[in-house]
Design a protein around this ligand. Structure first.
Ligand code: ARG
Length: 471
């Protein structure tokens, strides 16, 4: 059979043009959603008496058969049929005969492709919320197992104040929590039905868009037909949320890479998540976090790519918009790959609590606390800061840490020191003194873990509910 749109043409399409304009190589990914949308559309055509019931049944049976054949790899997609929509329509007509040509009544590929993308992406968004929830669970479990482990907290990558390792992990739980909220919020803008917008202006047939929306579990239909076929904000939004998720994963990756270096030795990633060197027998490389950090670039690239495609596009559909797909598919694949590995990598990570502890014992991260001690004795903070600065400088010159100083040595810097400072300087005391909501004191961290667990359960319930709705 010739082209589905061949009537107006007198010449064959140039072979290179066919290859250049086809999208079937990548939009075959949308096959299931394309058929799902067609089934709802043709059911509506029947209900509205636009097509006779007989034709509707034949078309539906045909679509089900085509779907089975696609699933078992029996449909050969061709570039000549350009994209998934026309390949499926062609397969349908081959199967049921010319009645198959009635399916496209009151519809355009423009509202069809938009519908496919909405159906496809909403499923993925639910899957990502689920994967992020699993990663949060792994982090929470490690936090629970390490609620007494103290390590130096850093600013400027310089030791700042000691913190609980659990507190550090819970920061990432908060970050991924925001990612989950963003995805959940975006669902309401993804779950809108474009179908019925026709090519751009609506259709002359008495269709029922709300009925189609109901069948496909869309919450709403697009208000404006031009907007329905040319809106790709929902994809941009996803690409930007994905970019932020990758940025978070990349920051965690960077810490895992640093922490597994011999210089830090704070953690050891499980052998199953590392690789060796072909030349240096001693090497155990953190390839997974390195690649996640690296792949963040392509996810940002896909966002900037689509923003640039859409910039300056006049309404409504333009062929440029076919470029919305590969970046989206690539981002989904990249994010799936990263999240799939991250949860078990965190769960199996060995935490070297003793090495962390040693690091805390050999630094000045308790300096703020003796400044606070002097403040408690009435000294203005700015002056206490100066006194402790001098004390630390003295320690560095003497190759000592604060806890090594004798009381007489402290007293050289201020007469307000007394022997209670030794308790104040203990890392546990330094940590537990920060007993404010959101702080690193053990009591606060355990409370934060409790709150996080409640949210994890809510997220789980959300995933169950929305997975059902997105079928
Ligand atoms: N393959 C096209 C795309 O992905 C489908 C829509 C084609 N519409 C058109 N008027 N040529 O954007």
């Amino acid at each position: 059979m010739s082209k589905l749109w061949g009537g107006r043409f007198t010449k064959k399409t140039d072979q290179l043009v066919e290859e250049y304009t086809a999208s079937i190589m990548f939009d075959k990914e949308l096959a299931e959603e394309d058929i799902q949308g067609s089934l709802a559309h043709v059911t509506m055509l029947g209900k509205q008496n636009i097509l006779p019931a007989d034709d509707v049944e034949k078309i539906k049976d045909g679509l089900h058969r085509v779907l089975q054949r696609i699933r078992s790899g029996d449909v050969e997609f061709t570039i000549g049929d350009e994209d998934i929509h026309m390949n499926i329509e062609k397969a349908l007509i081959d199967d049921v005969g010319s009645v198959g040509g009635k399916l496209h009544t009151g519809r355009s590929r423009n509202d069809q492709v938009a519908t496919d993308m909405h159906l496809w992406l909403r499923k993925r968004v639910v899957e990502f919320v689920d994967m992020l929830q699993k990663l949060q669970s792994a982090l929470v479990e490690q936090a629970k197992a390490n609620s007494d482990t103290i390590l130096p907290g850093y600013t400027h990558l310089q030791r700042a104040q000691p913190i609980l390792f659990a507190h550090h992990l819970m920061a990432y739980v908060s970050m991924f929590g925001r990612d989950i909220e963003r995805l959940q919020d975006s669902y309401k803008r993804i779950n809108v039905l474009p179908l019925g917008a026709g090519a751009l202006a609506g259709t002359t047939f008495p269709i029922d868009r709300h009925f189609v929306a109901e069948q496909l579990h869309f919450d709403r239909v697009y208000e404006n037909s031009l907007d329905a076929v040319s809106d790709r904000d929902f994809i941009l939004e996803f690409l930007s949320h994905a970019s932020i998720i990758m940025m978070h994963l990349s920051r965690l990756s960077e810490e895992l890479i640093l922490w597994s270096s011999t210089e830090f030795r704070f953690v050891e990633l499980d052998d199953a998540f590392c690789t060796g060197s072909s030349i240096m027998p001693q090497k155990k490389n953190p390839d997974v976090p390195e690649l996640v950090r690296g792949k963040t670039g392509r996810v940002y690239g896909n966002l900037v790519g689509l923003l640039t495609v859409l910039k300056s596009l006049p309404l409504a559909y333009n062929k440029d918009m076919q470029e919305d797909k590969e970046g989206m598919f690539d981002t989904v694949k990249t994010l799936q790959g990263a999240l799939q590995l991250f949860a078990p990598m965190i769960a199996t990570m060995k935490v070297n609590a003793d090495v962390m502890r040693q690091a805390v014992n050999q630094d000045f991260s308790n300096a703020t606390d003796i400044a606070d001690f002097l403040v408690g004795k009435g000294m203005p903070f700015r002056q206490a800061h100066e006194v402790i600065g001098k004390t630390v400088l003295y320690c560095i010159q003497e190759k000592k840490y604060l806890l090594d100083l004798k009381l007489e040595e402290f007293k050289q810097f201020s007469s307000l020191f007394d022997d209670r400072i030794y308790a104040v300087l203990q890392p546990e005391q330094v940590v537990n003194a920060r007993n404010v909501y959101g702080g690193t004191a053990k009591e606060q961290v355990l409370a934060a873990i409790g709150r996080a667990e409640a949210v994890l359960a809510e997220t789980n319930a959300w995933v169950t509910e929305y997975a059902e709705r997105s079928k």
